[in-house]
Write a protein that binds this ligand. Structure first.
Ligand code: T4K
Length: 370
């Protein structure tokens, strides 16, 4: 059996093109293409309302958002982070001249294990950068307790956590700053894009200056800022996506439930639990393939690929195993047994609103073939 057309791990949600054209006409008529234009301002307001947060600074992508978040809080020295993430998490540290210190993850949530943080703190540690991996909330209370004791900043890489709530409130409110990604592959997309969720207007103002080269007015530059601004065409896509986001998330929820119903009885396949959030976004569908399954994770990955189903091994290889990180003392395999094991077992299955029921059934059938 071969899938009729390629099935990717994700496909962007695309709202009706005719509605997008309406926004383009507005841009053509205003002639404002970027630098904090009207649609950019509208999207910041709309996102604050939708997400239930007070201040948002839009960005050109999450990577530049992470780099700027660290710069805005003047983080230096060492930052404790997770190796089980997309490489942009640690790259944002290197771009600030900061040394990443990797700690292991929890085998159930796949997030940074708070019990490992204290032992990794040194006099050089200034912050913690956890990731809400797959949109699953970190143990935010435990992380904050440690941060308070040692006077550390907490910057969440919330690239996967759009719309996620914990105890009926946005998970983006925890820590000093949270950084979202609006990349094409994300639950909510602006083609490319991202945002920093800020706790107050003063912090947002500094971040807005840093994403605009460090300008505070026409003739004054106060810091070596970057160009991190979101353009009007990206903001327009965001405004349009917001109209349809609840339906898109509902469809993801149904796909998640169907996978769980069909795969829970397959020996050697474990669906990663999604239990932490009071509102979930179903951003990814990771499974863990263990020795009980009839083949290895990589054989299953190749078998799916041969049928036109492009599952992905997020996050293999671990960040700490890339050449620019593997020399760090914290990158040693013995320091990160859980992350190393999960990276060998994980496979993210396709999940996106336009995935058709027969396509999902094909995926399930291939996994069930022994
Ligand atoms: N922190 C975390 C935890 C992250 O996961 C990410 C990004 C970041 C920070 C940085 O965020 P940004 O700076 O990107 O805003 C993808 C994404 O490029 C990346 O944004 C994402 N995480 C990462 C987990 O996945 P790739 O290299 O796997 O993407 P790619 O191009 O192979 O796309 C996957 C599939 O999606 C394709 O097979 C087909 C489909 N696709 C993709 C694109 C780009 C489409 O159908 N249309 C598209 O336009 O990294």
């Amino acid at each position: 059996m071969r899938a009729k057309k390629p099935i990717y791990v994700t496909q962007p949600y695309l709202p009706p093109l005719a509605e997008y054209m309406g926004y383009l006409e507005q841009i053509w008529s205003s002639k404002v293409l970027t630098n904090g234009g009207p649609l950019h301002q509208q999207l910041e307001d709309a996102l604050c309302e939708y997400l239930g947060v007070d201040h948002i600074a839009l960005f050109t992508n999450a990577t530049i958002g992470l780099v700027t978040a660290l710069q805005s809080l003047r983080v230096t020295g060492e930052v404790i982070t997770t190796p089980y993430s997309f490489v942009a998490t640690a790259h944002s540290l290197l771009w600030n001249g900061i040394r990443p210190v990797f700690v292991d993850i929890d085998p159930v949530t796949m997030n940074m294990d708070p019990a490992r943080i204290e032992a990794a703190i040194t006099p050089q540690t200034t912050a913690i950068m956890p990731v809400h991996c797959y949109g699953q909330p970190c143990d935010v209370e435990a992380i904050q307790r440690i941060a308070d004791i040692y006077n550390l900043k907490v910057i969440y890489d919330a690239a996967h956590a759009f719309g996620v709530e914990l105890n009926e409130s946005s998970v983006l409110k925890y820590g000093d700053l949270s950084v979202l990604s609006f990349h094409a592959t994300k639950v909510f997309n602006t083609f490319e894009g991202g945002a920093i969720v800020c706790p107050d207007a003063k912090t947002k103002l500094r971040i807005d200056q840093l994403k605009n080269f460090g300008f505070v007015d026409e003739t004054t530059v106060v810091a070596p800022g970057i160009n991190g601004k979101m353009s009007e065409v990206n903001a327009a896509m965001g405004l349009l996506q917001l109209k349809y986001i609840d339906g898109a998330m509902q469809r993801r929820c149904e796909i998640d439930a169907t996978y769980r119903a069909h795969l829970q009885s397959v020996p050697g396949i474990r669906c990663v639990a999604r239990s932490g959030a009071s509102k979930d976004n179903f951003a990814y569908f990771p499974i863990l393939v263990d020795a009980e399954y009839s083949s290895s994770r990589d054989d299953l990955y190749e078998k799916l690929k041969a049928r036109g189903i492009y599952a992905r091994r997020y996050f293999y290889p671990l960040i700490c195993n890339f050449p620019m990180y593997r020399g760090l003392p914290s990158a040693h395999r013995e320091n990160l047994p859980v992350a190393n094991q999960m990276a060998q077992q994980v496979l993210c299955l396709p999940i996106y609103p336009s995935l058709q029921p027969d396509e999902q059934q094909d995926i399930i059938d291939v996994i069930k073939e022994q």
